[in-house]
Design a protein around this ligand. Structure first.
Ligand code: FDP
Length: 302
């Protein structure tokens, strides 16, 4: 290891002890999950709470992460996208509740494109909290390299796995630039007028399309290059497709910490009080200019 490398453990040294330990527990799961890509192949033959077919790796990762968290005395409960209800642990010292999307973008597993694990951490007995109340959020990307990005509300920092589950600093204090990339989800024929106007304006401004089908990877791209990712409200899906607890809040908190913003087109998503674990939300996440533009389009086209 080079002399000036900073490990994740060192970087977290000023973070409050229990929060630091919790982040490190999640970080320790990245290497075994990455390994399981080779063994957990195909479908699981079951559906999740959203009626979506579960893949073997979806189910394995969910079980593996929840079992690992059940051994961490600091964690009180976890809401997972693959579970119908919040899983509670008998941990008297438990201070944190987590949200978990074990394998976001899992439809890309079989073609070996980048997907990831998204985590939100609240200091609360329940994870049904507003996104702005997150103590930390993080995600692990299983791409050409395994990387981990975290925030505890003091900037956004990216680490790379050196090959043995040890993360070293890759990018410190990431700031989202203003960019010209858009990741527009949903079917064009189902777009609502204000969204159609937004996309037309982006096209006029010269935005190029980058949409992989993996929310976590697409937002990671926007975090680095600027622009906007959106999975909007559609005629057929008035609340959009993506999930408030598991996807929007942790990634929105992250991008906001890097100087960007997240909106449903009308309000900041981080201000929404969740009513249930399965709540969906229309998403616009990206640099401030892009989010200002969707706000303007939704105001003008009511
Ligand atoms: P996936 O179902 O493969 O897990 O919400 C999950 C998600 O992928 C996002 O990661 C992705 O942005 C979106 O769904 C893709 O949806 P479409 O298939 O409708 O494009």
């Amino acid at each position: 290891m080079a002399e000036n490398t900073i490990t994740l453990e060192e970087h977290l040294k000023d973070v409050e002890h229990d929060l630091r330990e919790t982040i490190l527990v999640f970080a320790s799961l990245a290497a075994p999950i990455k390994k399981a890509f080779q063994t957990e192949r195909g479908t699981a033959g079951t559906k999740n709470v959203f009626g979506e077919e579960q893949l073997a790796l979806d189910k394995w990762a969910d079980k593996f992460i929840i079992e690992s968290l059940s051994k961490c005395e600091l964690i009180k409960s976890v809401a997972s996208e693959e579970q119908p209800d919040v899983v509670e642990f008998e941990h008297p010292r438990g201070r944190f509740s987590c949200t978990l999307d074990p394998m976001d973008g899992s439809s890309l597993i079989d073609v070996n494109l980048t997907i990831g694990t998204i985590i939100g951490i609240f200091e609360s007995p329940t994870p049904l909290r507003k996104g702005k109340e997150l103590a930390a959020s993080m995600y692990i990307l299983y791409g050409p390299m395994t990387t981990l990005v975290y925030t505890v509300g003091k900037g956004v920092h990216e680490f790379v796995d050196t090959g043995n589950g040890h993360f070293i600093l890759f990018n410190e204090d990431l700031r989202i630039p203003t960019g010209k990339i858009m990741g527009p989800g949903g079917l064009k024929r189902d777009f609502l007028p204000y969204h159609e106007k937004f996309i037309t304006k982006l096209e006029e401004k010269g935005f190029k399309i980058r949409f992989s089908g993996s929310f976590v990877a697409d937002v990671h791209l926007i975090l680095h290059k600027g622009g906007v990712f959106t999975y909007p409200a559609l005629k057929t899906r008035p609340n959009g497709k993506l999930r408030l607890l598991f996807e929007a809040n942790p990634m929105g908190f992250m991008v906001s910490q890097a100087g960007g913003e997240i909106s449903n087109g009308f309000q900041n998503i981080l201000d929404i009080q969740p009513e249930g674990v399965d709540q969906r939300v229309a998403i616009y996440v990206g640099d401030k200019e892009s989010i200002d533009l969707i706000r303007q389009c939704s105001k003008e086209t009511q």
